[in-house]
Design a protein around this ligand. Structure first.
Ligand code: CA
Length: 643
């Protein structure tokens, strides 16, 4: 009976809808075409970004990838929202929409703004309560000249105490389209593509909540990169790799930020445009800067005396937070922690505390363990946190991307919100619109972060290269807790042993602006603030904002160099870093002229801050700062503050 009904619909549909349907961006430059047989393609200024690529889902209710389009409706939507936890504080933009109906139960919704394409599958059938998605057929079929900037998905249950995958692999840059992933498991989002000279595209997903799993891109095959579900081996093989949700319902959004340069990629807000807030904030969450002993002083520093030193450091710097990492339960204990938190509060410092997420899903012994998995235990712990005025938690070592783990993230966030707690995740997946969906969500690691600089010299050797990649990929689609800005020369407590930093201090200051997270756990140490040579750097770190009003891409190429400007209350901070042997020439006049009549321009470079090197109030633009160009050698950086 059902098959007959679908057949008759197909007959009607072909009569209605033989022509491909199109939807263009409001400025007309970006164009999506959808054909009757569920293929879509993307053009920018008439140039191909995506060749015909597949749409469709195979489900326990039938295979929707063979359905024919019966109806297509064009429309328009607008995004209008304010947030202070992402790269822009105010977003106002429009998108044209196209909703394609492929059967009674199955629709695809497209939204096309001037800088991005987003689409999702909508499923509704009055006689079905739910649906299991067996396979997502969606592909991204890039033209042959495309090169890729991708990070591979590692094997399930690999790495430290069987904690992977956790989005901490290296990037492979500018590789051929057809090159296989490092472990044969495809690639983790976000995925960046350079379509020869025709443009750039950043593919990701957004809106992922407890109703779905986290997805990835499978290795290239003829016809494109296909969306893949989690690997069956994640979560120690337990839990389904196939997502299921109640109806009516929809999949997460598939998002593609598109531009002729990297500007729309770096500045894209599509991740948050399409996401919706899922609950009201349970407290007036305040973002800010934090000290964090673990990076340089490591596990041994999680004791009363050392944490007092880091609370005092936060106080001295005017920082709002201290993050107390693993083993506080054993080395200090819950009872003494109450006293330590009171001490922090007496110094105007609030506290974030570390927890393990586990759980059966790995062999982590760093404690506290077993307090975040079970809702009864979790809420009891969160009640204690609230009673003791703790403001946030950092939960580490999650199981992977299966729906049951996404459910755990959402459960922790939702419970934490009830107790007025913010959440940072480590050993974790990327956020997928979570800043907007969950108002107490702060940031995730999900990157090869600063801890690796401690673990191996080879990571220090590529620190600069890593920093030039992240603004265009990982950090372009979500807040990133990198835990950086290291002023110690060696990554150790005594600053004499351990791995050796290859970057300049100015480079490290630049990353405080380059990397975005509304709570930044900076890796400063108590001895930094008494070192004369670092006085200019510490002064900058007392002032640098962590929430931003706007972003501007100035220059960059992943793996080579990056110049990104961020605005806070009318002041622009331009961060520049170079990873190439060839010095990067930073033209102060060219950059200053990009901003409207700045009153002053000051430069942090060469181990000092130059005040008002350009003063447009006093001088004509042509008489500006004489040399005007800063040469950034490999591993060097600079910050230009434009007021
Ligand atoms: Ca980690």
């Amino acid at each position: 009976m059902k098959r007959l009904a679908i057949l008759s619909l197909i007959l009607i549909s072909s009569a209605i809808c033989a022509q491909p349907k199109t939807v263009c961006s409001p400025d007309g430059r970006l164009k999506v075409t959808v054909t009757e047989d569920a293929m879509y393609s993307v053009l920018l200024d008439g140039k191909t970004i995506l060749n015909p690529s597949r749409l469709g889902l195979n489900t326990n209710r039938g295979d929707f990838s063979d359905a024919r389009m019966t109806e297509a409706v064009n429309g328009r939507t607008a995004y209008d929202y304010n947030m202070n936890s992402i790269k822009k504080s105010s977003v106002r933009k429009e998108a044209n929409t196209l909703i394609c109906t492929f059967s009674d139960s199955f629709k695809v919704e497209f939204r096309v703004s001037d800088t991005d394409v987003a689409f999702r599958y909508i499923i509704d059938n009055p006689s079905w309560a739910g649906i299991t998605i067996l396979e997502e057929k969606t592909t991204f079929n890039f033209p042959a000249q495309t090169t890729t900037f991708l990070t591979s998905q590692c094997d399930a249950m690999s790495g430290w105490r069987r904690t992977k995958p956790s989005y901490e692999e290296h990037y492979a840059l500018d590789r051929p389209l057809t090159e296989k992933s490092e472990y044969g498991n495809g690639f983790t989002f976000p995925c960046l593509f350079k379509i020869g000279e025709d443009g750039w595209a950043l593919v990701c997903e957004s809106g992922t909540c407890s109703q779905y799993c986290g997805c990835r891109l499978l290795d290239w095959k003829e016809g494109g990169f296909q969306i893949g579900f989690p690997m069956p081996g994640e979560n120690d093989g337990l839990g389904s790799a196939e997502p299921a949700f109640s109806l009516p319902g929809s999949t997460p959004w598939r998002t593609i930020a598109v531009g002729s340069t990297l500007e729309p990629v770096a500045e894209s807000t599509v991740t948050w445009d399409v996401a919706e807030q899922l609950y009201e904030p349970g407290a007036d969450y305040k973002y800010g800067r934090s000290t964090w002993s673990w990076l340089l002083w490591q596990d041994g520093s999680i004791n009363w005396d050392d944490q007092v030193a880091y609370i005092d450091l936060a106080h001295e710097l005017g920082y709002q937070y201290v993050l107390i990492d693993n083993y506080w339960d054993k080395n200090i204990g819950h009872d003494k922690m109450e006293e330590l938190i009171r001490y922090a509060n007496s110094r105007n410092v609030d506290v974030f505390l570390w927890y393990s997420s586990s759980g059966y899903w790995n062999d982590i012994y760093q404690s506290p363990v077993n307090l975040m998995e079970n809702p009864i235990v979790r809420k009891k712990e969160m009640k204690w946190l609230k009673e003791n005025n703790v403001k946030g938690i950092k939960v580490d070592f999650f199981a992977g991307d299966k729906q049951e783990t996404i459910r755990l993230y959402e459960a922790i966030l939702s419970d934490a919100n009830d107790y007025g707690l913010m959440c940072i995740f480590h050993g974790a997946t990327i956020p997928r619109g979570w800043e907007r969906m969950y108002p107490n969500y702060v940031s995730s690691e999900a990157v090869r972060s600063s801890e690796n600089l401690v673990f191996g010299q080879e990571e220090c050797d590529i620190e600069a290269q890593n920093a030039t990649i992240l603004p265009f990929v990982r950090n372009a689609t979500g807040s990133m807790d990198f835990g950086g800005t290291i002023l110690h020369r060696h990554l150790s407590r005594d600053n004499e042993h351990g791995t050796l930093r290859r970057t300049t201090d100015d480079f490290e200051l630049a990353t405080a602006v380059l990397f975005q997270s509304p709570v930044q756990n900076f890796a400063l140490a108590p001895d930094d603030i008494v070192a004369d040579s670092l006085a200019y750097a510490v002064d900058f770190m007392r002032e640098v904002p962590v929430t931003w009003d706007d972003i501007r891409f100035i220059d960059g190429y992943p793996g080579k160099y990056a110049v990104i400007a961020r605005e806070k209350d009318g002041v622009w901070y331009v961060a520049a870093v170079n990873a190439e042997q060839t010095p990067y020439q930073l033209d102060l006049n060219a950059i200053a002229s990009m901003f409207n009549s700045p009153a002053s321009v000051s430069v942090l470079h060469g181990g000092r801050k130059s005040e008002k090197v350009i003063n447009y109030k006093a001088k004509a633009r042509s008489k500006a700062y004489k040399s005007g160009v800063i040469s950034l050698t490999e591993g060097d950086g600079a910050v230009i503050v434009i007021n």
